[in-house]
Ligand binder design. Structure first.
Ligand SMILES: *[C@@H]1O[C@H](CO)[C@@H](O)[C@H](O)[C@H]1NC(C)=O
Ligand SMILES: *[C@@H]1O[C@H](CO)[C@@H](O)[C@H](O)[C@H]1NC(C)=O
Ligand SMILES: *[C@@H]1O[C@H](CO)[C@@H](O)[C@H](O)[C@H]1NC(C)=O
Ligand SMILES: *[C@@H]1O[C@H](CO)[C@@H](O)[C@H](O)[C@H]1NC(C)=O
Ligand SMILES: *[C@@H]1O[C@H](CO)[C@@H](O)[C@H](O)[C@H]1NC(C)=O
Ligand SMILES: *[C@@H]1O[C@H](CO)[C@@H](O)[C@H](O)[C@H]1NC(C)=O
Ligand SMILES: *[C@@H]1O[C@H](CO)[C@@H](O)[C@H](O)[C@H]1NC(C)=O
Ligand SMILES: *[C@@H]1O[C@H](CO)[C@@H](O)[C@H](O)[C@H]1NC(C)=O
Ligand SMILES: *[C@@H]1O[C@H](CO)[C@@H](O)[C@H](O)[C@H]1NC(C)=O
Ligand SMILES: *[C@@H]1O[C@H](CO)[C@@H](O)[C@H](O)[C@H]1NC(C)=O
Ligand SMILES: *[C@@H]1O[C@H](CO)[C@@H](O)[C@H](O)[C@H]1NC(C)=O
Length: 735
């Protein structure tokens, strides 16, 4: 006994030293002077910024609804079923559009009772904590203001409630308590949760279905000691539970260990002994440690992901909340867990004695067959043993001694694993949710000797709007990740090959989902590629963040006046500048492209255009005048520049020495002359004369007919009239 106690004390010391080593190590890692000296040579993982991922993702938000902590699929995987505070939703998987929302509030009476027990408005709500699909039904439980209830609803119509039963032992009272539940194909509900208001009575409890309800022994710290339940799985003849709890076997100070526990699904409890209690409950410690002279333990299980085909359980483990943050991923083979359950027990005779190994009375323990005829030995386990032997002596070791992945200064909260067919092999990709709202994508080691790779980190939120992730659900068939946070659900496609535009970027991303199709000259998934032999993928080393940063200009400054000289005289302009600082080029990146200064609206003094040629003289002979012009448009004055001085028009006389030649012209016509005949049609003439010369165009004579009336017939001539004096000057009369 003494050596046992001594060695465990030594272990305490060792783990304390391990803590110190880690502390010093991480302080050195964070030293700013060291990191700032050589940022171009620091190896960092690629980061997919919020703005880069935003075009790929879909989000669902409902006004006033928070705590999107429960996610599951319908059996056909066409819908996402979401449990949030006071609400249930059905969403289309494609774009997270709402199919149906169902409100599930606590009633006023329940709320009032909750307030009267000293709980806050925030706590006295209905937080969904169980969301299980059972055939065409949705079994869901909520904290209901510290009065948990469960309902049985139609999966295709969430407002249609069939049953409402108490949520006691099925759902925690307190929304902060961690719990897990599953429903078997026979309809039995296995729940691991606190069973009371105060949370002091934790249990793994079976109810509903055809078998009798059973629980873990009450107020027995050897069974469960302040557990935080993490997950549960229905595997073969057993139901497995994963949790962390205060280590009862650890006798130096309070330490938390991670556990795997299991019960037989056909357990029906004991008689007289262990009545209504599991007779097959066993638990074992899970070890996830950084090996070394002093192993460093990641003791606290936070989440698990089970790959049923491989019977492989991925677990994420962290250090204690009160110590420096560090996380690790360990993978456990189910056969290793089974093996430990077949090994010796750890047994303590009484509370003052040491824990000692005790050989397993039934190393080949099977769940046995149910014989309803006799309730004895149903699970082939002796009831005294069942009461005595709870904890296994051996510790379940991970598949490889070194954790698959480790990181300091961060706490992982959720894990999901995808198995991806690459060019040469199957890859396991581990998605890790951090406590500040990013998702890390880690490539699991390919073999014992290879290490893991941090492929990239997706930032789901802009830098100052980060929030922890509350749930993670992966859909393998479509390679999609669903993420629940406080105020929304986010859908992230995991295959984003066409993001990489060049062969170098595609292959360099070392993304198992993607390869460069040499024929299509595109980054594609394996399914999209034309032929596997023409599909290039190289997952040989971890990708590096491209720390080369090409410079990009920041925004322009406002316009300001600035001086310039305009042909010797000072003027002013509007200028604006921008700096090459968003980001500034780093590590050999290119300088910013384009000008950093822009000048506009400069003042400009006006200047004359040359004179136009003189315009034609206003006269062709004799004195006249002519003009010439110029304008103040060479250039025109602008933006406050001076106008031109002087005239824009000049005049001068012309043809001063060119007297006009005499004017040759027709005189006006004379009157028509006497007609050639008094009657019977004659001609008469008029004339004009060409003045100052004889070159007038046209004729100087013009004729017209006259006296066209016919002459009267002269039949008889009367005798002559007597002579009468005639005025000979009268020319108007014919002679
Ligand atoms: C869903 O169930 C509710 C309550 O039973 C009922 O009133 C409603 O008509 C149902 N809706 C559909 C689409 O069936
Ligand atoms: C839920 O509904 C199914 C089918 O109606 C029923 O068999 C089952 O007992 C119900 N479960 C509960 C917990 O009410
Ligand atoms: C439940 O688990 C979370 C995550 O590990 C932890 O922060 C929280 O304190 C736990 N709740 C309780 C009541 O211990
Ligand atoms: C799990 O253990 C079984 C049996 O030892 C072995 O066949 C299998 O390869 C192991 N699986 C992994 C992933 O190590
Ligand atoms: C379940 O138990 C039965 C009876 O002991 C056994 O025959 C069967 O192989 C077990 N199944 C598994 C998956 O272990
Ligand atoms: C049933 O249990 C008794 C004592 O508890 C034991 O002697 C007997 O061998 C058990 N039977 C079987 C089939 O394991
Ligand atoms: C846990 O694993 C580490 C690393 O493999 C090992 O050094 C250590 O001894 C293990 N601890 C226990 C308790 O098995
Ligand atoms: C492990 O994987 C690495 C990288 O793929 C490979 O170089 C190495 O040969 C492998 N080792 C063994 C033992 O298979
Ligand atoms: C690294 O980033 C710079 C700037 O964005 C880019 O010009 C360069 O092509 C990148 N290099 C690789 C290998 O992707
Ligand atoms: C420059 O002048 C033009 C015309 O006056 C005006 O429309 C423009 O807004 C000015 N530019 C700036 C930057 O003020
Ligand atoms: C004849 O003509 C003259 C001059 O034209 C005139 O003065 C005179 O009266 C005329 N005599 C008669 C008889 O008409």
């Amino acid at each position: 006994m003494a050596p046992a106690a001594g060695s465990s004390r030594a272990r305490c010391l060792l783990s304390l030293q391990g803590m110190l080593v880690l502390l010093l190590g991480s302080v050195a890692g964070r030293d700013p002077s060291w990191t700032h000296e050589s940022p171009c040579h620091r190896a960092e993982h690629p980061v997919i910024s919020h703005s880069e991922i935003e075009p790929w993702i879909h989000r669902f938000r409902a006004e006033g609804t928070v705590d999107y902590s429960q996610l599951t699929f319908d059996p056909g995987q066409n819908e996402l079923i979401v449990g949030a505070r006071n609400h249930l939703f059905r969403l289309h998987l494609e774009d997270l559009s709402l199919i149906q929302g169902a409100e599930w509030q606590c009633d006023e009476f329940t709320k009032g009772a909750c307030f009267s027990r000293g709980k806050s408005e925030e706590e006295c709500q209905n937080y969904i904590r169980v969301l299980l699909v059972n055939g065409d039904r949705l079994f869901t439980c909520g904290t209901n203001a510290f009065t948990p209830i469960c309902t049985n609803r139609t999966l295709t119509n969430l407002t249609e409630i069939h049953d409402q039963i108490s949520g006691m032992a099925r759902c925690p009272y307190n929304p902060l308590h961690n719990s897990t539940a599953l429903i078997t194909s026979n309809g039995e509900l296995y729940a691991a949760t606190a069973m009371d208001f105060s949370g002091r009575d934790p249990a793994i409890y079976r109810s509903l279905g055809g078998l009798p309800p059973l629980r873990t022994a009450q107020y027995n710290s050897k069974w469960l000691n302040e557990p935080n339940f993490v997950s549960s799985y229905d595997i073969g003849n057993f139901t497995y539970f994963f949790f962390r709890e205060n280590a009862v076997e650890h006798d130096c100070g309070k330490t938390i260990f991670s556990r795997a526990a299991r019960v037989c699904k056909n357990d029906i409890g004991g008689r007289f002994l262990l009545e209504d209690t599991w007779t097959t409950f066993m638990k074992a410690r899970l070890n996830c440690s950084r090996p070394g002279e002093i192993p460093f333990d990641y003791n606290e299980l936070q989440d698990t992901f089970f790959l049923p085909e491989l019977e492989l359980l991925y677990g994420i483990f962290t250090t204690n909340m009160n110590s420096i943050a560090a996380s690790a991923v360990c993978a456990f083979n189910l056969s290793a867990i089974t093996q430990v359950f077949g090994g010796p027990f750890k047994y303590q005779e009484n509370s003052r004695s040491a824990w000692l190994p005790y050989p397993n009375p039934s190393p080949d323990f099977q769940c046995g067959t149910i014989d309803y005829g006799s309730y004895v030995n149903l699970t082939e386990r002796n009831l005294q043993d069942a009461q005595k032997f709870i904890l296994m002596h051996e510790v379940v070791q991970p598949v490889v001694p070194v954790p698959y992945f480790m990181e300091d200064n961060v706490r992982f909260s959720h894990v999901a694993v995808d198995v991806v067919q690459g060019k040469d092999t199957l890859f396991h990709i581990i998605y890790l949710a951090t406590d500040y709202g990013t998702i890390r994508k880690v490539l699991s080691p390919l073999n014992q000797s290879a290490g893991s790779c941090l492929l990239d980190e997706i930032e789901l939120f802009p830098p100052r709007k980060r929030q922890p992730i509350r749930s993670l659900l992966i859909q393998h068939s479509r390679s999609v990740l669903f993420v629940g946070v406080r105020d929304q659900v986010i859908k992230i496609p995991l295959m984003r090959c066409n993001f990489h535009k060049t062969r170098e970027a595609c292959v360099g991303a070392r993304d198992p989902y993607c390869g460069w199709d040499l024929v299509l000259k595109k980054c594609t998934t394996l399914e999209e590629s034309l032929s596997m032999s023409q599909w290039e993928q190289s997952i040989t080393e971890c990708p590096m963040r491209n720390v080369t940063v090409n410079g990009r200009y920041g925004p322009w400054s406002g316009w300001k006046t600035c001086g310039h000289s305009d042909g010797g005289s000072a003027g002013s302009c509007l200028c604006r500048t921008r700096a090459c600082d968003s980001p500034s080029p780093q590590c050999g990146g290119q300088q910013c492209q384009g000008p950093s200064v822009e000048v506009t609206n400069c003042s400009r003094n006006g200047a004359w255009t040359p004179w136009t040629p003189w315009a034609p003289c206003s006269t062709s002979c004799g004195i006249g005048f002519q003009v010439r012009q110029r304008s103040c448009s060479n250039p025109t004055p602008r933006h406050g520049g001076r106008v031109c001085v002087g005239q824009n028009r000049e005049e001068r006389y012309c043809n001063e020495h060119l007297p006009c030649p005499p004017h040759v012209y027709w005189s006006s016509w004379s009157p028509w002359e006497r007609c050639t005949v008094p009657c019977g049609g004659g001609l008469q003439t008029r004339r004009r004369t060409c003045e100052n010369g004889n070159e007038c165009p046209g004729c100087s004579l013009e004729y017209q007919s006259c006296n066209s009336l016919s002459c009267p017939d002269l039949k008889k001539t009367t005798p002559w009239t007597p002579w009468t004096p005639v005025n000979i000057s009268d020319k108007r009369r014919p002679l």
